[in-house]
Design a protein around this ligand. Structure first.
Ligand SMILES: C[S@@+](CC[C@H](N)C(=O)[O-])C[C@H]1O[C@@H](n2cnc3c(N)ncnc32)[C@H](O)[C@@H]1O
Length: 223
């Protein structure tokens, strides 16, 4: 328990600070070299976005939960696709402030609730038609318990990304996170299967985005 709280604190500190630069990934506000590196080594961030929204299909009138919503790219897209209510939960106030700005710019504040909390201890109080958990399992020590919580909050479909292990990329990432004192959890297919095994989904599809160290995207069907 104390270890979990420590993890959450370290992740929050990480995303209150340097992690904010993650936001510029989506809108191309990065230098030419970094954009080239993104295209070569981080294309899974855009692939998982496309896979998730393809899986959700029509969101008109639906409720949508974004666990670890960060600066809100999925919140914004769910609104664009007609979701009637969107709730984003994130540890980081800095990331949530960015999300809040985007929602305000769309004039959609009334449809959105942005909550600063550790999802592991947050009480949703409702079930959502669709849920995403993107770029978050990297920081979750007890993946199975976290996934059960996602399942309890979802009535129809969820899309969840898990970072994979690469023999050459993972050690570099581990050192970077060690230096920044942020926990990091990586997964092979067996660990992904174990994480979603007991969550009660009727159908589970595990998609590996091709390429070393690219994410798994898991689509869970609860209907
Ligand atoms: C890499 S960012 C991804 C943001 C967004 N989902 C995306 O794909 O653009 C990870 C986000 O997850 C949040 N996060 C990590 N663990 C969390 C937890 N246990 N509860 C809530 N938010 C969490 C971090 O604060 C951070 O904003």
């Amino acid at each position: 328990m104390a270890e979990k709280r420590e993890d959450a604190r370290a992740v929050r500190t990480y995303f209150e600070g340097g992690g904010v630069s993650f936001d510029t990934f989506y809108d191309g506000r990065r230098g030419a070299l970094v954009r080239w590196l993104d295209r070569k080594f981080r294309y899974d961030v855009l692939d998982r976005f496309r896979i998730a929204f393809n899986a959700f299909g029509d969101l008109r009138g639906k409720t949508f939960l974004d666990v670890g919503c960060g600066s809100g790219p999925y919140v914004v897209e769910a609104l664009r696709r007609g979701a009637s209510r969107v709730v984003g939960v994130d540890l980081s106030g800095t990331m949530l402030a960015l999300a809040r700005e985007k929602v305000a710019a769309m004039g959609m504040t009334a449809c959105v609730e942005l909550v600063q909390a550790d999802f592991a201890s947050w009480e949703p109080g409702e079930r959502f038609d669709a849920a995403v958990v993107m770029g978050v399992m990297d920081y979750v020590g007890d993946a199975a318990t976290f996934m059960r919580k996602v399942a309890n909050a979802t009535s129809a479909r969820a899309a969840v990304s898990f970072p994979s292990i690469s023999w050459w990329r993972s050690p570099i990432r581990r050192v970077r996170y060690l230096v920044k004192r942020c926990p990091l959890y990586l997964y092979d297919r067996r660990r992904v299967e174990a994480a979603v095994e007991g969550c009660g989904a009727r159908d589970v599809e595990i998609i590996k985005i091709p390429g070393a160290g690219m994410d798994y995207v898991v689509l869970l069907d609860f209907e």
